[in-house]
Ligand binder design. Structure first.
Ligand SMILES: Cc1ncc(COP(=O)(O)O)c(C=O)c1O
Length: 398
C-alpha cells in the first residue's frame, strides 16, 4: 500500500471543516499522540490536558496497560455479540461488579452515556410499570430522545423536540420540589449527583438521603447518572456510597466516559431485585459487551488499582485546592476529587482561552463564571504547580 503523504495542521483542520458536519466548537489543536496527562499536537506542541479528553482519559492518555490489553484482544477476536459467552466479557462484568456498592450486583453493557441512561430509565419503567421520570434543573443526561427529554439544562430539550412524554423537572438541591412531584406515577428519579456541565453543582448530603427516603417510601427507582463522576473521578470508585452523598446507594448507576479509557463503552449497574424484573429481549444492543470494550473495562479498572489512582486523586485534589488559594481571581472551588469547578469573578471563557494559549486545556461550563477541571486520575502535584503558576500570571494580567 502506498504510504499516505503527511498533511500539515492547517490542511487537517481544513479537511475536517469541509467534510464533517459543523456541530462542534473545536480548539485549534490537531491531536496526534497522548501520554498520561499530556497531549501532543501534530506540530510538535505539548499540552497539559486538565480536561482529560472530555472526562474520558481517566487512566491518562494511552495508558500502557490498557493499550497492551487492547493489542492482545485485537489479535484474538475483535467482536462477537452477546449471543455467545466470552471470557473477556465475563471478567469485565465480574471486575466492574466487584468495585460497585454491594447491592449493585449486575451489569448491562452498552456503548455510551446517553444509551446507559436510556436503558436505566427503561429498566425503571419495566420494573415499576410506571411512566414518569423526575430529573433536575441543570442536569445533563445525553442527546438521544429519552435522555435529552430528561435534560433540563439550557436548550437541549428544545433541540430534542418533540420530547418523550412523562418527564418532570424538580429543582436540584430542593427536596420540597421533589416531594411536590413524587407519587405513585413516578418510575424513577434520576440525577447527576454532581452536575458537571451546569458548573459543577453539588447538593447538601441530606438532599441525597432524602431522595433515597422518598424513593423507598413510594417504590421509585433511584438512578445516579455517574457518567462523569464514576470510575474514580471523585477519589472513590463512585459517588454512590460516598460521604458527600450521605452514603446513599442508588438502585442503578450509569457509567460511560472513563470506563473504557477512550474505547466507547457504557454500562448500567443494577441491583438484583431490579434485574429480576428484566427478561430476554427487554434490553439489547449489538455492540454492547463487545470484546474490545470489555478488555478496555477490565484493564482500566486494573490500571487505576495498580497505580493507586484513587488515593492520588484525594492527595492531589488537596494540593490543588491549597494552591488555588494563592490565585486571587478564584472566588470558589466547587466539586469533588478531579471534577472541579473554579469560579471566577468574571467570565471564565477568557481564562480558558488564555490557558489554551499557554498550552493548558481546561473546560468551560454552562455557568459563564465556572471553569471545569476533569484531568486524568494520574495528575501529579508538579503538574498542578505548573497550572497554578500559569493561572496566577493570567489572573495578574486580567
Ligand atoms: C452526566 C452525563 N450523562 C450523560 C452524558 C452523555 O454521554 P455520551 O456523550 O457518552 O452519550 C454525558 C456527556 O457529557 C454526561 O456528562
Amino acid at each position: 500500500m502506498k504510504p499516505e503523504t503527511k498533511r500539515d495542521s492547517t490542511e487537517v483542520a481544513a479537511l475536517e471543516e469541509r467534510y464533517q458536519v459543523a456541530t462542534y466548537k473545536k480548539m485549534p489543536i490537531v491531536a496526534e499522540r497522548g501520554e498520561g496527562v499530556w497531549l501532543f499536537a501534530a506540530g510538535g506542541q505539548k499540552y497539559l490536558d486538565l480536561y482529560g479528553g472530555h472526562a474520558v482519559a481517566g487512566t491518562g492518555h494511552s495508558h500502557p496497560h490498557v493499550v497492551a490489553a487492547l493489542h492482545e484482544q485485537a489479535s484474538k477476536l475483535l467482536f462477537y455479540s452477546n449471543l455467545v459467552y466470552s471470557d473477556v466479557r465475563a471478567r469485565a462484568a465480574e471486575k466492574l461488579v466487584s468495585i460497585a456498592p454491594a447491592s449493585l450486583t449486575k451489569a448491562f453493557f452498552c456503548n455510551s452515556g446517553t444509551e446507559a441512561n436510556e436503558n436505566a430509565m427503561r429498566i425503571a419503567r419495566l420494573a415499576t410499570g410506571r411512566e414518569n421520570i423526575i430529573t433536575f434543573s441543570g442536569g445533563f443526561h445525553g442527546r438521544t430522545a429519552d435522555a435529552i427529554s430528561a435534560t433540563f439544562l439550557g436548550r437541549y430539550r428544545e433541540i430534542g423536540k418533540p420530547n418523550v412524554p412523562g418527564h418532570l423537572q424538580a429543582e436540584f438541591g430542593d427536596i420540597e420540589s421533589v416531594r411536590r412531584l413524587a407519587d405513585e406515577s413516578v418510575a424513577a428519579i434520576m440525577l447527576e449527583p454532581i452536575q458537571s456541565m451546569a458548573g459543577v453543582r453539588m447538593a447538601e448530603p441530606r438532599f441525597y438521603s432524602e431522595l433515597r427516603e422518598i424513593c423507598d417510601k413510594l417504590g421509585i427507582v433511584l438512578i445516579y447518572d455517574e457518567v462523569q463522576t464514576g470510575v474514580g473521578r471523585t477519589g472513590e470508585w463512585f459517588f454512590a456510597g460516598c460521604r458527600s452523598g450521605d452514603g446513599v446507594v442508588p438502585d442503578v448507576i450509569t457509567l460511560a466516559k472513563a470506563l473504557g479509557s477512550g474505547i466507547p463503552v457504557g454500562a448500567c449497574l443494577v441491583s438484583d431485585s431490579l434485574a429480576a424484573h428484566l427478561k430476554e429481549n427487554d434490553l439489547g444492543t449489538t455492540f454492547g459487551g463487545g470484546m474490545m470494550a470489555m478488555a478496555a473495562v477490565s484493564s482500566t479498572i486494573e490500571a487505576i488499582e495498580q497505580e493507586g489512582m484513587l488515593s492520588n486523586v484525594c492527595d492531589v485534589e488537596a494540593h490543588l485546592r491549597q494552591r488555588l488559594r494563592e490565585v486571587p481571581g478564584v472566588v470558589s472551588v466547587k466539586g469533588l476529587g478531579f471534577l472541579l469547578g473554579l469560579e471566577f469573578q468574571d467570565k471564565a471563557s477568557a481564562i480558558h482561552s488564555a490557558l489554551l494559549e499557554r498550552h493548558i486545556i481546561t473546560g468551560t461550563s454552562s455557568d459563564p463564571k465556572v471553569l471545569r477541571l476533569l484531568p486524568p486520575l494520574c495528575l501529579k502535584t508538579d503538574e498542578v504547580d505548573l497550572f497554578i503558576s500559569e493561572l496566577a500570571e493570567i489572573c495578574k494580567v486580567a
